[in-house]
Design a protein around this ligand. Structure first.
Ligand SMILES: Nc1nc(=O)c2c([nH]1)NC[C@@H]1CN(c3ccc(C(=O)N[C@@H](CCC(=O)O)C(=O)O)cc3)C=[N+]21
Length: 285
């Protein structure tokens, strides 16, 4: 049986339509939501991601505030840009594109972002708010996963969810989101060091893989009713010598699972839609 495909690209397009309406309502109150991006250096991958975010903004009517610094920018220069965006009332939320060049102190930069302007939802204050169940901007990729499952009516209440990967941007905050009272899933947070990983994934109704290990989840590791979400994105060089991106889920799983969230076309577009959502929500307050 071929798995049903949960289409992140189409769902993100629907969310953008909804945001356009909310942005119009804000305009009637004289408010234009603004998203800032800070890009340090000229990594082609990072540049492409940032370009994509500004294209998304244009589509829904969010103003773009773009700050670019050279690869050899000093810590003081980066700090100054962060301070400027913290103080700019036209900027409702912003992100500092990661990774930063190695000579910069990433933790210091991220901690100096005003938590109420943290469009990524990854500031320590916001991760703390998530732990405590307080309101705050939510991390985009975990929120995108939950939103996609919700819109496809995948039951989470009481469901067993295996999350493979405990990173700070996806796996760990996703465990926190799914175990909130509003979602009420039962989460097993696994990682590549988990003993008998397959025993945990086989027992799960939903398996989310965010380990950054291509092909980690194979079809013998899931039950046939499972919904599988591929969050992995790893650049590999194909046999033709060309670079491409691959997920953490073996392609065979698309034949054996009940439903899959593919990569590409799944969590990536949802992440971008949640970034826009965070900015519109900030502007609405
Ligand atoms: N401060 C910060 N925030 C981020 O959110 C952040 C970051 N730094 N650094 C890099 C990662 C990576 N990331 C992606 C987002 C969307 C796709 C995406 O939409 N991918 C497409 C395929 C590629 C494309 O078409 O562009 C897809 O999955 O269909 C991919 C990767 C956000 N990141």
């Amino acid at each position: 049986m071929t798995a049903k495909v949960l289409d992140g690209k189409a769902t993100a397009a629907t969310i953008k339509d909804e945001l356009r309406t909310r942005v119009k309502a804000l305009a009637e109150r004289g408010i234009t939501p603004g998203l800032g991006t800070v890009l340090v250096g000229a990594d082609p991958g990072s540049q492409a991601y940032v370009d994509g975010k500004h294209r998304d903004c244009a589509e829904v009517g969010i103003a773009s505030i773009r700050r670019e610094l050279p690869a050899d920018a000093t810590q003081e220069q980066v700090d100054a840009v962060v301070a400027e965006l913290n103080a700019d009332p036209a900027c409702h939320g912003y992100i500092v594109q990661l990774p930063l060049p190695a000579h910069l102190d990433t933790q210091r930069v991220l901690e100096s972002i005003d938590p109420d302007k943290d469009a990524d939802g990854l500031h320590p204050v916001n991760l703390g708010r998530l732990v405590l169940g307080y309101d705050g901007p939510l991390p985009c990729t975990p929120r995108g996963v939950v939103e996609l499952l919700r819109r496809y009516d995948v039951p989470l209440r009481g469901a067993n969810v295996a999350v493979v990967g405990r990173g700070n941007t996806v796996g760990r905050p996703l465990g926190l989101l799914l175990t909130r009272r509003s979602e009420n899933a039962t989460v097993t947070l696994c990682h590549t060091g988990t003993l008998d990983l397959a025993a945990h994934t086989r027992a799960a109704d939903v398996v989310v893989v965010a380990a950054g290990v291509p092909g980690l989840l194979t079809s013998d590791m899931i039950n046939p009713d499972a919904v599988v979400v591929d969050v992995g994105i790893t650049r590999v060089i194909g046999s033709d010598g060309k670079g491409r991106y691959t997920g953490d889920v073996d392609p065979e799983v698309a034949q054996t699972a009940a439903a899959v969230v593919p990569m590409p076309g799944g969590v990536g577009p949802m992440t971008r839609a949640m970034l826009l959502t965070n900015v519109v929500e900030r502007a609405e307050r």
